[in-house]
Design a protein around this ligand. Sequence first.
Ligand SMILES: Cc1cc2nc3c(=O)[nH]c(=O)nc-3n(C[C@H](O)[C@H](O)[C@H](O)COP(=O)(O)OP(=O)(O)OC[C@H]3O[C@@H](n4cnc5c(N)ncnc54)[C@H](O)[C@@H]3O)c2cc1C
Length: 504
Amino acid sequence: MTVDVRPTDPHNLELVANVHPPDWVAPSPAPRYNLVVIGGGTAGLVTAAGAAGLGARVALVERDLLGGDCLNVGCVPSKCVIRSARVAGELRVASAFGIHVPGPVEVDFGAVMERMRAVRARISLHDSAARFRGLGVDVFLGEGRFTGPGTVAVNGTTLRFKRAVIATGSRAHRPPVPGLAEAGFLTNDSIFELMKRPRRLAVIGAGPIGCELAQAFRRLGSEVTIFHTGSHILNREDADAAEIVQRAFHAEGIRLLFEARLARVDRAADGKVLRAETPRGSEAVTVDEILVGVGRVPNVEGLGLESVGVVYDRHEGVTVDDRLRTSNPMIYAAGDVCLAEKFTHAADFSARTVIQNALFLGRKKLSVLTIPWCTYTDPEIAHVGLSEEEAAERGFRIDTYVRPFAEVDRAVVDGEEDGFVKLHVRRGADRIVGATIVGRHAGEMISEVTLAMTAGVGLGRLASVIHPYPTQAEAIRQVGDMYNRTRLTPRVKRLFAAWLRWTR
Ligand SMILES: Cc1cc2nc3c(=O)[nH]c(=O)nc-3n(C[C@H](O)[C@H](O)[C@H](O)COP(=O)(O)OP(=O)(O)OC[C@H]3O[C@@H](n4cnc5c(N)ncnc54)[C@H](O)[C@@H]3O)c2cc1C
């Protein structure tokens, strides 16, 4: 089976040569593997490499491109396009910093996409079939399917296993809007193939993927309209944080249609017409391209899961316990196909959990992992742990400390004042239970809080961590200072005052 990635240029040829080499010769299968992994995205690659590194005989089966969504049609290409868009955005506001760009900013969309393809091809070396063979993994390129207890078939070959891992990931949900399929639409699978910038782009869905790409395309020069069923963007995020990003979207000229129910899509002479009902009346918006970003569905079909007694749900994915074991004790799952948190780092760490549990009788639990995330809009929103609502649902009483970037010297110096650091602490326990950072570098900053939560470091101690001045991360230390000030009770204050009077 050969795989094409469009456009067929030297970068994409290099990508394919790395992650689905057309001339790949499948190895002779071992009599029995410790582990057969179906799916070669992040979850599958991490499982295979980790297990082989520990001496296991491992087979990895991938039907499309090794690296999965993240490398090929997810994190890597989206962050490349976002990087170019950020440059364009910076140039448009350059005069505020005393720098004058002669004339309007011109975007060479073809060059933006070519840079993306070049970077993706370069990074693909990490996930290449040859590299994994070098790590001792038997790589099979083809569709994997369970055929009975202890067997997986790929390209007519039978692989026998002691344990197997389902790491088949997820794909874009296609909403059943009348006329949408006929009119044609893009998903994350196809948007990175574009060679020409759409003059007018509709984005259906204001979740992370929709918002990141809507802002990027707006900055690259497209007129962007977002259709969203909710009443604000990024429903899953802290509402104050989402509002800051939403303000940025308005300021950049992104049109937002909230509580919009798409009635149908029609093809017209001058484009595709999206017809929606909103509380403010009917809307008809004509565009050149439509991007669908309304959630993910797990890849559970065609795997023969019924034949091996693996229970799954078409929407939620493969059912697993806290140790990532499926209803068949010989078979585990990792990554998007079974997790609510559909992130590359979650796929990675679920895979590490699986290696220990599947091969070494480990009892590692998924629920002990502290999984942060970041949405790479500008400003970014990064989050870890519980939100205020989730803490309330669990009956935790919390205190919340907020430091706006407008009060952080480095953010003021950089002209990046929109945003804040917000930390939730369990009342009376100095235990950080969650945090949201909205700001230009939120994704880089959240790891300090994640480390504190993972290592059980309280907010009071974060105040004693010396941060270089001036940095935006000082905001975290300053939140620690705020917390410590609250510990200065009236009684302690009275004692301090008495001591100072006495020693004067
Ligand atoms: C546009 C976009 C941007 C994203 N940005 C980020 C980000 O910035 N940060 C982040 O953390 N996450 C991001 N994600 C999410 C991230 O890409 C996924 O969480 C991650 O790829 C999940 O890894 P996985 O291994 O579980 O699944 P996948 O990457 O989907 O890999 C599954 C693999 O299994 C293969 N497969 C499926 N069925 C079979 C079969 N029967 N036989 C053989 N092979 C099979 C597929 O071809 C695929 O290669 C983004 C996603 C998208 C779509």
